[in-house]
Design a protein around this ligand. Structure first.
Ligand SMILES: Nc1ncnc2c1ncn2[C@@H]1O[C@H](COP(=O)(O)OP(=O)(O)OP(=O)(O)O)[C@@H](O)[C@H]1O
Ligand SMILES: [Mg+2]
Length: 457
């Protein structure tokens, strides 16, 4: 072909037609009066019509609603018109064809976006499930507590926290011992967040809450069709979910001895095999185990495997009970009350402080939390928690301040003590001015001079 052939009208026509016929967009050309002169194969595919039903026909008749006639009329280009015909969705650009300054027809360029739409819908739904999954994972696997948040005023707790900070970095397994409600789970979270595994998952498992027949498949997962009722495609175990993170085995003392043997094997081999599967998977998991039972006694009685105990006990941390760290009670109470309702500034009356200090808190922080939250609901607007706002069992406890040893004295001394306290509080409330004192005397139904006498005492 000679270069000049490009300007040969016949060649140009052939070239244009072969481009138009092979292009991936649908093309329709109509003449000045709106009669369809050309459609390409993609156009007929998109609109689902045969060329013979289009060619030579008046566009407005065969494609009702078409915009092309208006464009031919006005000479104004229109782009990005969205149209839907049955299942097909497409976008149309329409332009007039101008020759020697005159409009001689128009062209519609049609892009099928059904597939794009489908894909973007699928993407949208995938994104929304991913988001849901992520937030579930975050709430489940991203623990919120840090060790510094848990620090208290007591020497005992702070010693435990210091040890926990060391243990966190050591990456060895940890055994957390402590009475119920002392905050073992929170400390486990704090350790995870202070450890090099902080960006990995934190997977808590309550060994007491899962029936022992299910615990194995929960921990190790199972293969497709491992047993009747098994989920299709199998299931990941909590060990695999905790890969590169921390597995928190709570209430380990309740784990069945058979299960203890399986757990020991996994810890030794660092591999898990899903129930009903042959091949093993390598796992990298740090275990923090916790119990409120006397595990050493259980080992002695043969109720807990000694070898497993040693494996878990690479680091042992004891969380002290609340009655052994009473310095923490007041600040803990305030922080629990503030968490419960941050719009109110709660205070504890002196008597409540005394009672809290004397009480032995068998349920530890969990019990304190229940008591505080109950009291928060019972206080008046001023937010002061008084004895009468506490649950009845606390009001009647032998630790009630008026039953404590300092009140076991001659009645007149207790009355005097009470009177002094009352007057102090009233002076704070009404002020120490003459005006204030007159008000106090009126409330107490005594003369101002006898109020002065009492105050001088
Ligand atoms: N330092 C703390 N500050 C605020 N709340 C705390 C603190 N420590 C523990 N708690 C609260 O006390 C309750 C008991 O804590 P946690 O579940 O960690 O105790 P536990 O030692 O695991 O108890 P159990 O042995 O019964 O499982 C939880 O509601 C927890 O939020
Ligand atoms: Mg617990």
């Amino acid at each position: 072909m000679e270069p000049n052939d490009f300007f040969n009208p016949n060649f140009l026509k052939e070239l244009a037609l072969s481009v138009l016929n092979s292009i991936n967009d649908g093309i329709l050309i109509a003449d000045k009066v709106g009669i369809i002169q050309y459609v390409n194969p993609e156009y007929t595919r998109i609109v689902g019509m045969k060329p013979k039903d289009l060619l030579g026909k008046i566009l407005a008749d065969v494609r009702p609603g078409a915009i092309l006639p208006a464009v031919i009329e006005t000479g104004k280009t229109v782009s990005g018109v969205y149209r839907e015909v049955k299942e097909t969705k497409y976008v149309v650009d329409i332009a007039p064809i101008v020759h020697d300054g005159n409009i001689v027809g128009g062209v519609s360029i049609v892009k099928d976006i059904t597939e794009v739409k489908k894909l973007s819908k699928a993407l949208e739904s995938a994104q929304s499930s991913l988001q849901k999954l992520q937030s579930t994972m975050e709430s489940y696997f991203c623990p919120k507590y840090t060790l510094s948040q848990l620090k208290g005023d007591s020497e005992k707790l702070n010693r435990t926290i210091k040890l926990a900070e060391k243990a966190a970095l050591a990456d060895a397994n940890i055994l957390l011992l402590g009475e119920s409600g002392t905050g073992k789970e929170l400390i486990a979270q704090g350790i995870h967040n202070a450890s090099p595994r902080q960006h990995g998952p934190f997977v808590p498992v309550n060994c007491a809450a899962i029936p022992s027949v299910l615990l194995e498949s929960e921990l190790f997962g199972y293969a497709d069709g491992a047993f009747t009722g098994a989920r299709k495609g199998g299931k990941l175990g909590l060990f695999q979910l905790a890969h590169r993170g921390t597995l928190f085995l709570d209430e380990i003392g309740d784990m069945h001895v058979d299960m203890q043997a399986k757990l020991l094997r996994i810890i030794q081999e660092q591999k898990v095999r899903r129930v009903g599967e042959l091949n093993e998977q390598k796992i990298d998991v740090r275990i923090i185990a916790a119990t409120n039972q006397d595990i050493e006694a259980m080992v002695k009685r043969g109720r807990f495997r000694q070898d497993l105990y040693y494996r878990l006990n690479a680091f042992q941390l004891s969380v002290p009970p609340l009655r052994e760290r009473k310095e923490d009670i007041i600040n803990l109470s305030y922080s629990i009350a503030n968490d419960y309702d941050e719009t109110i500034t709660f205070t504890l009356s002196e008597e409540v402080k005394k009672l809290f200090y004397l009480f032995d808190w068998p349920g530890n922080i969990r019990e304190l939390k229940n008591v505080i939250e109950y009291a928060c609901n019972m206080t008046s607007q001023d937010g002061e928690i008084k004895i009468e706002h506490l649950p009845e069992r606390m009001q009647n406890s032998k630790y009630h301040p008026y039953l404590s040893s300092e009140y076991l004295q001659p009645l007149k001394d207790s009355v005097k003590q009470f009177e002094k306290k009352l007057l102090q509080n009233l002076l704070i409330k009404f002020g120490e001015t003459l005006e204030g004192k007159k008000k106090i005397a009126k409330i107490l139904k005594i003369s101002v001079s006898s109020l002065y006498r009492k105050l001088e005492d």
